[in-house]
Design a protein around this ligand. Structure first.
Ligand SMILES: Nc1ncnc2c1ncn2[C@@H]1O[C@H](COP(=O)(O)OP(=O)(O)OP(=O)(O)O)[C@@H](O)[C@H]1O
Length: 317
């Protein structure tokens, strides 16, 4: 299997975060398989289906886990067994382990003290300002919405102003407004020169936040580079659609002449399966053809749109 590198990657040793031939296994399970990755400033999405190895990658970057093989460095320093690296990084884990009886300020201040900062109160205040939580700083975390709790955790991870911020599935469980707020926060941190890596299994989430993505599937790096180019690669692949209409046979005949259609099967139980070489042309042509023929469309569903199928296409390409 080869990685689809959409743009030339920064050469080894030049990124803020560097993984070089990193493998990690748990007993017999190979969770991460020979990944080489380089991250610079700005926001990068770590995209992959559940179980792909995203958390394992983030935990190795944060120095929580040792790579079984290879090296992980931040600013040239190995992350494993190297407390000095904690000056340069903040991690927001997937599980919310926060003390609900503390106020936001007490929690962030405790983190500032743990980092032995010269002015912990000032640092806590600045971090809470950054995530726009000053108004609720005196409230107990237990009374917060999911979005407010996440922002408080980001403030805690940023209290020592690290260069690198790692977030594991930061949008999970948020409503659209909270999600938007968190996306704006990540954008602004990226614009300030931080290196941000957040994991997600949702394509659209990554699309809205990150220009750059690292795609992992089954522990391997499947694609890496500009999101739009990866997206194009995905949309240009062959597509399969389930179509139902008021007259499937007549529609099938009309569709045979359409350039983007590469195959049609009429299903015995009704409806048909259409293979199209180009997603955009087919979905534009179908309603036009149906209208011309006076056929009513009942259903048009892409039948291979699961993230897994998109990723397996990337892997096979
Ligand atoms: N402590 C562990 N012991 C054994 N296997 C593990 C352990 N942690 C993770 N794994 C396995 O390693 C693989 C990668 O897991 P990981 O949690 O890194 O993936 P992920 O992409 O973060 O998935 P999710 O989004 O579901 O958390 C999975 O097959 C998982 O079952």
């Amino acid at each position: 299997m080869t990685t689809q590198t959409i743009e030339p990657q920064t050469g080894a040793g030049t990124g803020v975060v560097e993984l070089t031939n990193v493998t990690r296994w748990y007993g017999n399970v190979v969770a991460v398989n020979d990944i080489t990755m380089s991250l610079g400033s700005g926001v990068t999405g770590l995209l992959g289906p559940n179980g792909a190895g995203k958390t394992t990658v983030l935990h190795m970057m944060a120095g929580f886990l040792a790579p079984s093989r290879g090296t992980v460095t931040i600013e040239g320093k190995p992350t494993w067994r190297n407390p000095a690296v904690y000056r340069d990084l903040g991690l927001v884990t997937e599980r919310e382990a926060v003390h609900s009886f503390l106020t936001a300020e007490q929690f962030v201040l405790a983190c500032a003290k743990m980092q032995k900062l010269p002015d912990p109160a000032g640092a806590a205040r600045r971090a809470l300002e950054l995530v726009e939580m000053t108004g609720a700083a005196d409230r107990r975390i237990g009374t917060f919405s999911k979005g407010m709790r996440q922002r408080t955790r980001v403030a805690a991870a940023l209290v020592h102003d690290p260069r690198v911020l790692l977030l594991d599935e930061p949008f999970n469980g948020m409503d659209p407004r909270q999600r938007m707020h968190m996306m704006e926060l990540l954008h602004s941190l990226g614009d300030r020169g931080h290196t941000i890596l957040f994991s997600s299994h949702i394509l659209e989430e990554v699309e809205q936040v990150a220009g750059l993505v690292q795609v992992i599937v089954a522990g391997r790096l499947a694609a890496s580079g500009d999101y739009r180019k990866i997206r194009r690669l995905m949309t240009n692949r062959p597509h399969v659609f389930a179509v139902q209409s008021s007259d499937d046979r007549r529609l099938a005949v009309a569709l045979i002449g359409e350039k983007s259609v590469s195959g049609i099967e009429i299903e015995s139980g009704g409806g048909m399966t259409v293979r199209a070489s180009d997603y955009g042309s087919f979905t534009r042509a179908l309603p036009r053809i149906a209208l011309d023929q006076g056929i009513r469309l009942h259903k048009l569903v892409p039948s291979d749109e699961s993230l897994e199928s998109v990723f397996s296409y990337l892997l096979e390409a």
